[in-house]
Design a protein around this ligand. Structure first.
Ligand SMILES: Nc1ncnc2c1ncn2[C@@H]1O[C@H](COP(=O)(O)OP(=O)(O)OP(=O)(O)O)[C@@H](O)[C@H]1O
Ligand SMILES: [Mg+2]
Length: 232
């Protein structure tokens, strides 16, 4: 199996005393769906930030497709992110003076192989909202804009930090079904952080984090289709 990420002894320390990650080791294979579970503050978002090049580790090594990325300069890091990564942020990060449609199109900008805006908008069910601005949307609608913006780029790796946190069961499952179909169609590696343990059933690999450590890594023999998940 082809390795997308390998991280060795990665630690992240904030302000000299907060150990957000403590000597983490991990390998992620191409085309996997990985679900990361763990209590609040256990280091899940920090792990995503380090893998996606949003943040540097304090120590340790991070490899993407065999190339070391923890030591890249700002320009190379930007290129790495631009060419490979889609990110759905826990806090949406929408641009407040752009409409829904413009926010989503931002994601397609500079992508070599973007999906069609119409398809992506209809998958997240925002056809009737495209002219609106973020302040006119509900939390769940903002989250769906953030998801559409990451998806339209059609990246090699898609990071999703609590992608269904603000969504009801029906909408949440529809988004997860779509993530699963993107994974099948494009062999996209998808890494999902969630507090919802039922989502772990649709993953190939489940990582449980606790107090800045990886507590366990499990590989599911059987993967459940998103539409058959029982919500909790
Ligand atoms: N930029 C930062 N500066 C200082 N401390 C930070 C920073 N980002 C995260 N931390 C701290 O690092 C630890 C891990 O945070 P992280 O955001 O990775 O947790 P999490 O598992 O994603 O939690 P949640 O489920 O609440 O999103 C926490 O103690 C947090 O306060
Ligand atoms: Mg988090």
């Amino acid at each position: 199996m082809e390795e997308v990420y390998k991280i060795i002894d990665v630690s992240k320390i904030y302000n000299n005393d907060v150990h957000a990650l403590d000597k983490i080791n991990l390998t992620i294979n191409k085309g996997e769906i990985v679900v990361v579970l763990g209590p609040s503050g256990s280091g899940k978002s920090t792990l995503l930030n380090v893998l996606s090049g949003i943040d540097n580790p304090s120590s340790g090594k991070v490899y993407f497709e065999g190339n070391q990325i923890d030591n890249l300069g700002l320009n190379d890091l930007t290129l790495y992110r631009r060419n490979n990564i889609g990110f759905i942020f826990q806090s949406y990060n929408l641009v407040s003076n752009l409409t829904v449609e413009e926010n989503v199109l931002l994601g397609a900008y500079l992508s070599e192989n973007p999906l069609k805006i119409k398809d992506v908008i209809s998958i997240v069910g925002l056809q009737d909202q495209i002219e609106k601005y973020p302040y006119q949307l509900s939390g769940g609608q903002m989250q769906r804009v953030a998801i559409a913006r990451a998806l339209i780029k059609n990246p090699k790796v898609l990071f999703c930090d609590e992608p269904t946190g603000a969504l009801d069961e029906k909408t949440g499952k529809r988004i997860l079904e779509f993530l699963q179909s993107v994974n099948k169609k494009y062999n996209t590696t998808i890494i999902i952080v969630t507090h919802n343990p039922s989502i772990a059933l649709m993953a190939n690999t489940v990582i449980k984090m606790n107090s800045s450590h990886i507590e366990s890594i499990t590989h599911n023999k059987k993967v459940i289709s998103a539409q058959d998940l029982r919500w909790s």
